[in-house]
Design a protein around this ligand. Sequence first.
Ligand code: UD1
Ligand code: MG
Length: 455
Amino acid sequence: MSQRSCLSVILAAGEGTRMKSAMPKVLHAIAGLPMVAHVVKAAEAAGATGLALVIGHGAEKMREAAQKFAPKAETFVQEKRLGTAHAVLAAREAISKGYDDILVMFGDTPLIDAAALAAARQKLAEGAAVAVIGFRPPNPTGYGRLIEKGGHLVAIREEKDCSEAEKEIGFCNAGMMAVAGKHALRLLDQVGNNNAKGEFYLTDIVEIAGAEGLDVVATGASFESALGINNRAELAEAESIWQARRRREAMLAGVTLIAPETVYFSHDTEIGADTIVEPNVWFGPGVKIASGAKIHAFSHIEGATVASNCDVGPFARLRPGADLRQKAKVGNFCEIKQATIEEGAKVNHLTYIGDARVGAGANIGAGTITCNYDGFSKFFTDIGEGAFVGSNSALVAPVAIGKGGYIASGSVITESVPDDALAFGRARQKTLPGKGKELRERFASAAAAKKKAAE
Ligand code: UD1
Ligand code: MG
């Protein structure tokens, strides 16, 4: 089958009014990736070599987004929404290039799995002209019913056109199908709109192909695979199914999730074996965690790389560009942005490190802040290996602290500190014996005099 060329035609022209959104429906994300991009990924995993995206509403936004998730896709605008067959024909130019298989998919069915698509393509390889992906929903109302006879599919009847007996059928059309490229345009061009909705139904090609004596079959998919998203409640349902799948996959790959239902992954999260993730952790896009790391509870991580045996959190925030090398530690209420925390360095408490390097083995005291921004530009802070930064220090960038440099607590460091130097950036302490008592007495008598005057 891998020898066969395949064009995936993804229908995404619908407005999606029930999303109540300024953004086209299929651009709403699951695990941080537009749902239509999940569909593209599944198509590619099933061997699609060409991609045609049929768009309509929000065409500009769709084109712009497609540049990112499917730069090779051709886009076709369906001006009027006259039905699924009409939508597929919007991509006539791509279809006529002569692919072996045409895989029709819906942009709003993001959980479709590649195996179900591949199974439909396999039927084409075995000689079928059309292979429709079917499924058994708990409640078939609203779906097209698959009408089979002797192992062949004879028709798909839309709910509105079904007889009472046909409505009893539980095997439904998931919407997606594989069509042999050599027959596709001829079959589609014969579709009319003589039905309850007055639309050109893609599903009619089943009967058209049958009438030509071609072989038409139905294959199966899980209910989840066919889940179409129409509103935000369904979007959340799809998200939760996706997350459940991904958590399971992570656990089976050797990641410990203590409370899996509270850990959120992104579509591209990479996480190594023997990493332990405590409850309530969020992985945004672009995260790579190596093996043997510990991610403590309530950490928020995006665009970050965490090497093996690092310790993160609880309550840590790793922002884009955070790069933790082996055995680095970022503790509670610390925020790291665009900064490398080198091997074994520790940033343990209440600290902001942004646009910086913290050298291997350095220790950053509680409450340290890199002052990286003057309201206009960002500046870099370089902290050398083995440096010690005392608590509550402000490092005003651009600034460098040399290897083994030592910063006194409470310092405001505005000038670079050489290797092994000790820097104080604060006033020296003065202690005046007896002065505290004297001051207290003075304040007490002033308050008493004020009270008396008021009587
Ligand atoms: C379709 C199937 C039905 C199946 C169901 C599964 C047809 C005729 N019916 O019905 O058998 O059980 O999906 O969910 O195919 N679209 C366009 N342009 C159009 C019409 C539709 O791009 O002119 C797109 C929509 O944006 C959507 C997809 O095609 O992504 C399906 O259209 P929709 O109107 O949702 O079809 P259903 O009535 O759900
Ligand atoms: Mg639908």
